[in-house]
Design a protein around this ligand. Structure first.
Ligand code: SF4
Ligand code: SF4
Length: 175
């Protein structure tokens, strides 16, 4: 194996999380401009697996996969209202709702969370990266449990603006 190949062992098949290049190419990831306008789905789905519940979960027609079920989901960032219904519908836990316009200092990230105990509104928690590294503190804004998707809560968390591109979940709480 060449040095180049050794140095490129990043990305979803090697680490389990998408690389920056994969995210940049993903049709489900909205533009920076859109994220700065308010809540929008950020669909970090990059593997072309046979899967499509996200498409049916969106009542606004903002997610398109199309006839070929292995197509990557495409987000229509103008149609997306940031409602969050797609978050718990994704078995791959690949969808978050990002809002870089929450206030001057904070962004928000809504993410799927499948651990017990759940956080409570107002809790200060450890906010983590895609790799699970603790990056900063987060403040819990809401915890929703969609009836149709038992076992997957959708947690909304405020974080410092500068971490909005990296934070995608929170550290599991002690039982
Ligand atoms: S957040 Fe709501 S409107 Fe946006 S893609 Fe998901 S389900 Fe559709
Ligand atoms: S439901 Fe999730 S894993 Fe499946 S295609 Fe949609 S974003 Fe990808």
């Amino acid at each position: 194996m060449s040095n180049t190949e050794n140095n490129t062992k990043e990305g979803i098949i090697y680490t389990g999380v998408p690389s920056k290049a994969e995210l940049a190419a993903a049709p489900g990831v909205p533009s920076e401009e859109r994220m700065c306008q308010g809540r929008v789905a950020c669909i970090e789905c990059v593997q072309g697996i046979p899967c499509n519940p996200c498409e049916g979960a969106c009542k606004f027609g903002a997610i398109t996969i199309g006839d070929e079920i292995t197509n990557l989901p495409h987000i229509d960032e103008e149609k997306c209202t940031g409602c969050g219904m797609c978050v718990a519908a994704c078995p791959g836990l690949a969808i978050t709702i990002v809002n870089k316009a929450f206030n001057q200092k904070e962004a928000t990230v809504d993410f799927p969370f499948e651990y017990i105990p759940l956080p409570e509104v107002g809790d200060e928690v450890d906010a983590v990266s895609r790799m699970g590294e603790v990056l900063c503190k987060g403040r819990i804004l809401s915890v929703k449990k969609p009836k149709s998707y038992a076992g997957t809560a959708v947690v909304s968390m405020a974080i410092p603006q500068e971490f909005a591109d990296e934070v995608r979940n929170m550290k599991r709480l002690p039982r």
